[in-house]
Design a binder for this molecule. Sequence first.
Ligand code: IVH
Length: 671
Amino acid sequence: MKKSEVRSRIDKLRQDINHHNHQYHVLDNPELPDSVYDRLYQELVALEKNFPEFITNDSPTQRVGAKPLKQFDEVQHRLPMLSLGNAFNEAQMEAFYQRIIDRINATEIEFAAETKLDGLAISLSYEDGKLIRAATRGDGHQGEDVTLNARTIKSIPLRLTGNDFPAMLEVRGEVIMLKKDFDTFNEQQRLDDNKVFANPRNAAAGSLRQLDPAVTARRPLSFIAYGIGHYSDDIQFTSHSEILKRIQTWGLPVSGERKVVKDLDACFVFYKEILMQRPKLKYEIDGVVCKVNSLTLQKQLGFVSRAPRWAIAYKFPPEEEITKVLDIEIQVGRTGALTPVARLQPVFVGGVTVTNATLHNLDEIQRKDVRVGDTVYVRRAGDVIPEVVSIIKDKRPDDTRRFKMPHACPECGSAVHKFEGEVVYRCTGGLFCPAQSIQSIIHFASRRAMDIEGLGDKLVEQLYREGLVKNVADLYELTKEQVAGLERMGEKSAQNLIDALKQSKDTRLDRFIYGLGIREVGEATARALAQYFGTLDKIMSADIEDLLEVPDIGPVVAENISAFFQEGHNQEIIRALRDTHHFTWPEHETAASTELTGKTFVITGTLSSMSRDEARDRLIGLGAKVTGSVSKNTDYVVVGDSPGSKAEKAEKLGLTILNEKDFEQLLSKYS
Ligand code: IVH
């Protein structure tokens, strides 16, 4: 190869590698298998090795390479890196808004609302598109030079893309560790007997402030930009939202969870939406930030002490708190699993008072070394069951008590057994065990199964303990008088329950299968079974080989399904439900039914004519799949009112977007 050819091959490889890096680390949308990417990377490494004169500092091969530092240099920020004022409730947000209105003559203020990322602030300086410096926030005026470490973070571009960026640009944002990266990283730390971090923020901070860049390079860090600092005057911006949009086009990652809203009330709506999404987000957040969108107004408003008047952090309730373990008890689940549960000194966390937290299983208790009497971190994220995260060893008293797994089920006295390949201990009592029976009835009645309104956990337990119901078929023998005779039950609620039971018989095959509570058959598997076989009889008579033909069903699940339907007791209950109590469902259209069969939908925003759940059910009924996140494999994105970032992502990916009217039209073809 001629030297000029080598040069252009190197340029091309760098361009391609940067592009794929961006797809992978910023857009989370890889276009190449890892092996092909690795081949490109190795080709570049080899060429640079043979032609070292072509190596440049912004080559993707040069992210790590520096030697450990003795200490970080100090960096003076050209513009101070400010902090944010906090609000913890709507009243404090209203006060923030009022302060703005008092200063500028306006009745309505447009805000840019976005997530408040829980990591640590960093400033990235780009000169002619090249990353020349990275600095921590420090005291806001002076930070530490962490350029070598920042260069190892793959979502930080070493070079901006495009050609319309300013000659000098300082980008500000947060270095974070994604939840999934934190879990894997922390687990590895634990296995290696290294320091375990309490949360992703600490892990990110600890990783960025390493004197040896090679250590930082091994930590799975990410970066998300939320604004800019100093920039040269060859560019002009008018609003915050415009800034984020433009820096995104230069290859910088910005959060998808952001929205321009027209007033304070819309900030509240955004806050609630994000609070709901919080457990599902890829990164930790501790609130939302509302920023006055217009830069002219921002300038007018200015700062007070170290925080801008034009922005505020509206904080979420903390997801973690400290409390004490009063006792460890056993809960027996639907499948007989014995779950140790910590009884806690009541503590307000994640917006509710928590008194119990799961300890998952014996392995977990031993790994975390939780004992009765310990002081612990408790976590409650969204609707997820509260859990004990870790103990605080310094606070351990002398008289703690270790937990022992019982040999007999505390509910029915049957033997407790640990099956091969499982971590959980199980009660072997089956439906002889009241706890298992009660849980299986609760599951059958639950919203995503038979959706029997008014039949909650407490009532099921009452019905069972009174001897009125032993299995799910017995529910349909109940009379109004029997129900009304129960403690705390009136005539009216009894009638409502009887009506709800009657209504629940009109169902869908996949819901019915899911409701049976076959081990490891969740909604998706139930749907796959219904779609593949079409009728209950076919599912019941399928052998293991037939079951293995169903997409996503493996040997263990196939075995569970087959064993379930061979069990005489289960057959009897199904017969009672179907033949005696006349459960019905529309015959499933199998295979080549509609143009929607097998198509993947995402629904975002609020629909006015139906709830999202209803929309989802309709689509599933037509053989479509409904998932929670947009990717290039999504076929349609249904966009309702106040859609989230999913709509934007869909647009970016060029997917088919349906507004509510389009969606209704599509459904009407099949109604
Ligand atoms: S704006 C002048 N936006 O929160 C405004 N900060 O409490 C300065 N943070 O030091 C910051 N997410 O590290 C802004 N979307 C966001 C943010 C955010 C997280 C952090 C940032 C800042 C701290 C202030």
